[in-house]
Write a protein that binds this ligand. Structure first.
Ligand SMILES: [Zn+2]
Ligand SMILES: [Zn+2]
Length: 281
């Protein structure tokens, strides 16, 4: 078994990260990471280039994705590990999700125009960089265009739920996301569960098709880790962990491998690897 650092939650320029997949692999190499999962939002395009870049290095790249799921008023994130990224149903579903998001942004910009706060779509994209546009970028653009004086005001006046430029988002349900990941031969894992709330809320979320729990995460303190480990052991779940790094100059500018994750986590994750992945050429 290899020894080295582990990072099972990294974003690239395929979604809203600032490092290319090859850049992530370079950083992982320089920081002694040996098990790396590329887990971009709603897209798996970063996986193959990362696998290419990691060829003839000590790094094992695990193909992954991070799906945003609607759960009542809240958004929950679900990670999928050991995904067969060539699964047509997965590619179709991810493309639909991205289309729905683009459509939503267009509708928000249209409403803002009607409300007397027009924005240049190109400027909004520029603020989002290579990533996909979301409400935080629209809020920044509203400040830059002097329609509001702060991002808080942008949400309070226009963008928050119930405000005039709010547009609901069509999202996957939790068990739908789990089904999609399993259809692509992957393992569904509940991402950064400390955000979800108390133990009962985490447990009822897990019951909807999750086979693993992201115990280690840059937002989790020791108390979170202890609680989540206890839940994972009790329910016999795969334990994962990662930085959720989005690269330098991002809102989550952690270096790849910056969260201390015990060696056994990597070993146990690789033990969960499905036969098709182990036997891949
Ligand atoms: Zn997330
Ligand atoms: Zn993430």
């Amino acid at each position: 078994m290899k020894s080295g650092r582990i990072d099972l939650h990294v974003h690239t320029t395929a979604s809203d990260g600032t490092l290319s997949p090859a850049g992530v692999v370079r950083e992982a190499l320089s920081r002694g990471v040996t098990i790396l999962a590329i887990a971009d939002h709603d897209i798996t395009d970063g996986v193959r280039p990362a696998e290419e870049a990691a060829r003839s290095t000590d790094i094992t790249v695990i193909p992954a994705v991070e799906l945003s799921v609607g759960s009542g008023e809240r958004e929950i994130h679900v990670l999928g590990y050991f995904l067969d990224v060539t699964t047509p149903a997965l590619a179709d579903a991810l493309a639909d999700l991205r289309d729905a998001r683009d459509e939503r942004n267009d509708r928000i910009l249209l409403r803002l125009k009607e409300l007397g706060a027009p924005l240049d779509p190109a400027r909004v994209q520029e603020i989002a960089g290579t990533g996909s546009v979301g409400r935080p970028h629209i809020a920044k653009a509203l400040v830059a265009a002097a329609h509001v004086s702060s991002e808080g005001e942008a949400f309070g006046r226009y963008l928050a739920r119930g405000k005039p430029a709010y547009v609901g988002r069509q999202r996957l349900g939790l068990s739908q996301a789990a089904g999609l990941i399993r259809e692509a031969r992957g393992i569904p894992v509940l991402a950064h569960p400390a955000k979800i709330g108390p133990r009962t809320a985490i447990e009822s979320t897990l019951a909807q098709g999750m086979h693993g729990l992201e115990v280690f995460h840059s937002d989790h303190g020791q108390a979170d880790v202890d609680l989540l480990l206890a839940i994972a052991r009790q329910k016999n779940l795969m334990v994962t962990g990662g930085t959720d790094s989005h690269g330098p100059h991002s809102d989550r500018a952690l270096a790849v491998g910056a969260v201390d994750i015990p060696q056994w986590v990597g070993e146990q994750v690789l033990q969960h690897a499905p036969p098709w992945w182990r036997e891949r050429p």
